[in-house]
Design a protein around this ligand. Structure first.
Ligand SMILES: [Zn+2]
Length: 67
């Protein structure tokens, strides 16, 4: 589980399910929050881009075969 310091936005690795006690960068003990949705959004965006690339590529191949 990844956490982010809301004060300095440093990415922190938690121990199992429990968040880090304090930020390793600025030492803040409050404001350690679970990392929100960014990796999923990035994964989804990558999937869309990859899908579009495959579609464009296969479309080009098909149009080349079809003449
Ligand atoms: Zn911090």
């Amino acid at each position: 589980m990844a956490y982010v310091c809301s004060k300095c936005h440093t990415r922190l690795e938690g121990e199992g399910e429990s968040p880090p006690h304090r930020c390793t960068n600025c030492g803040a003990e409050a404001g350690i929050e679970k990392e929100k949705g960014i990796p999923d959004a990035m994964r989804y965006f990558g999937f869309v881009v990859a899908g579009a690339a495959v579609a464009a590529l296969s479309g080009g191949i098909i149009s080349r075969i079809a003449g």
